[in-house]
Design a protein around this ligand. Structure first.
Ligand code: GTP
Ligand code: MG
Length: 344
């Protein structure tokens, strides 16, 4: 294979944590949207996907992320629900992840779905950073909008800082109970052996530049070998949702995690009965920084490479199910791919 067929794919970042700890708000801050405000009952009930380009990341992170230091196109963020009844969706989101953000309300500390998220991260061996969220609710906190956390933290009154420290040390202790050695992220030298804890606020934006910087560092350092994939290979993905789209009938919202899907490709999709074999009629891509769950203005594209969220329009998708695999057939015998999908 030529060198050209190999390049780094977009890393997939899962956002995990207990209900209401601020996962969707943190993503809203990063992508500059207000998805959280529009959610029914104010809880997330589906897996989401948002492609955030490197430009947006470096703009948010300021001096902490220099685009020239990275050869990644950006990050694909996967939002997951924290409500206890959605454990299947959390596991599915965790399984897609290359790296993760564990969001913890710094006042609440570890809660049942925080523990569950840790189980998933341990099981899958996914590198992660801890977002110690809602620091702005610390009594006496003096917010510095969108600032890196260190100057903001250093500028607080002694009383506010020591209140926050108490919560942070509690969190570090809880991580240690789960066999993770963790510390304030600015003290962490080796992110393979230590978990970085980033104090932050999805509301005021402080600490968000730091989270992005750690994610970029984790991607660059640990994912490189795994992500030097054959970007031209047959596409593989997971169905997030089956949805009716005006003019197209039943469509699939899919996260493509490997290879490439092209218009006209024959695909095999897991279904409630036998796998569906069909042909891609249209690929509808959300705009950069848009959450696929709420996007209305999709752009029709010829092909989509990993990792990305895309809406697939094709005939006969009515029996497809969320969580099912999607595989492009390309140069392989169709029966083999059908067997592969059945086996998943
Ligand atoms: P689920 O998806 O249902 O698990 O919740 P979530 O983790 O996505 O939480 P969400 O982002 O919906 O936030 C829950 C509530 O906490 C909302 O009212 C947010 O406005 C609030 N919130 C989130 N982050 C912060 C923060 O940093 N500071 C403050 N003060 N409030 C926050
Ligand atoms: Mg949410």
């Amino acid at each position: 294979m030529s060198d050209q067929a190999h390049s780094l794919r977009t890393p997939i970042v899962a956002v995990l944590g207990h209900v209401d700890h601020g996962k969707t708000s943190l993503l809203d801050k990063i992508r500059g949207s207000a998805v959280s405000d529009g959610e029914a009952g104010a809880i997330t009930q589906h897996i989401g996907a948002t492609a955030v380009p490197l430009d947006t990341i470096s703009e948010m992170a300021g001096s902490l992320v220099q685009p020239s230091d990275f050869d990644l196109p950006g990050l694909l963020f996967i939002d997951t629900p924290g409500h206890h009844s959605f454990s299947t969706l959390r596991a599915r989101g965790g399984a897609l992840a290359d790296i993760a953000i564990l969001v913890v309300d710094v006042n609440d500390g570890f809660q049942p779905q925080t523990e569950e998220a840790i189980d998933i991260l341990q099981r899958t061996g996914t590198p992660f950073v801890v977002a110690a969220n809602k620091v702005d609710t610390t009594p006496g906190w003096n917010p510095v909008e969108d600032s890196p956390i260190k100057p903001s933290y250093d500028g607080q009154s002694d009383a506010a800082r020591s209140r926050l420290d108490e919560n942070l040390y509690e969190l570090i202790g809880q991580l240690s109970d789960r066999d993770f050695s963790a510390d304030f992220y600015w003290r962490v030298q080796n992110f393979r052996n230590n978990i970085g804890v980033v104090p932050c606020s999805a509301l005021t934006g402080e600490g968000v530049p730091d989270i992005l910087a750690v994610l970029m560092g984790l991607s660059q350092r640990f994912m490189k070998a795994e992500m030097e994939i054959d970007v031209e290979g047959p596409g593989e993905g997971t169905v997030l949702e089956v949805k009716d789209q005006q003019g197209f009938g039943a469509t699939l919202d899919v996260v493509v995690y490997d290879g490439i899907i092209r218009e006209g490709d024959t695909i095999v999709v897991g279904a409630s009965n036998e796998p569906i074999v069909t042909e891609v009629r249209a690929l509808l891509q959300p705009r950069p920084n848009a959450e696929i769950r709420v996007e209305k203005q999709f752009e029709q594209v010829d092909s989509v490479g990993a990792a990305a969220g895309v809406k697939i329009a094709a005939p006969d998708l009515d029996n497809a199910i969320a969580g099912a695999p999607v595989r492009v057939v390309r140069d392989r015998p169709e029966e083999d791919v059908v067997e592969e999908v059945k086996a998943e």
